[in-house]
Design a protein around this ligand. Sequence first.
Ligand SMILES: [Zn+2]
Ligand SMILES: [Zn+2]
Length: 304
Amino acid sequence: MTDESRREDVVTVDRTPPDEVFGLLANDVRVDILRALAETPDDSVSFSDLHDRVAVADSGNFNYHLERLRGSFVREADGYELTLAGEQIVGALLAGTYTADASVDQFELDWDCLLCGGTMTAAYREERAWITCRDCGKGARFPFPPGSLEQFDRAELPAAFARWLRTFVQRATTGFCYVCAGRVDGELARLPGGTEDDPKPSRVTYECRRCDRVTQFSGSTLATYYPEVEAFFFEHDLELLEGHASRAWSKLDEFDSEILSEDPPRLEVRFAFGGERVTAEITPDAEIETVRRCQTDGETGTER
Ligand SMILES: [Zn+2]
Ligand SMILES: [Zn+2]
């Protein structure tokens, strides 16, 4: 490879100052143009079709606003279409990211708290789903798009939250920040053995190199959504997506974790059900390294 061609491999990203870009959106006609283009996401739209879709009497005015959007939110090919940034803006409008103010009062769930046996509840506030015990207050909370709430009945919400949580966990564990899509670095932290105040034995954190946002959840959550461990839950009919993972954990015969070493920290998470156990080892940088499944009845355990 020559120096010349090597240089061509380097990815460069041109950036427009953010205040300039967001300033473009401070106009109803421009927002209407983006929404109109989003009506047919797979097709380019001709100037006249687009003009028809956006109710602006003055053609010159329409043209001016369309031109302002071109390059950042709108691309001109055969006709006009949204850029990725344009799609994301419309997506955020639909998700209610900038506009919705929603809450759902606490309601009871159909499983008990693993820590105290109390009643688990779900609620939505501060743009987060809350899955917490009414008695001890412990549980999970994670971001959920406010505009998506109205798409589900209350009875459907626990499953919707669980499905969203799975994508949230997978975004971090596959290496991307859920806020800015920057790269994240994982770390296994806050090792046990649990105190009365915080019985959670482990925590994995993923810090974004770009926006410094830290995503965190328990080592048990990390292990649960690892493909081979998910398969264990699936094969034992321990439904992971009907509610938060703690619903499936509450049905297990064994749900435990063990510190394999303190420094650097290594943790093994264990789940057992129906005569079978699965274990997953978590490395210091919050990777799953080894997954083993074996029979728990009798002495003849097999590893695979
Ligand atoms: Zn509790
Ligand atoms: Zn980020």
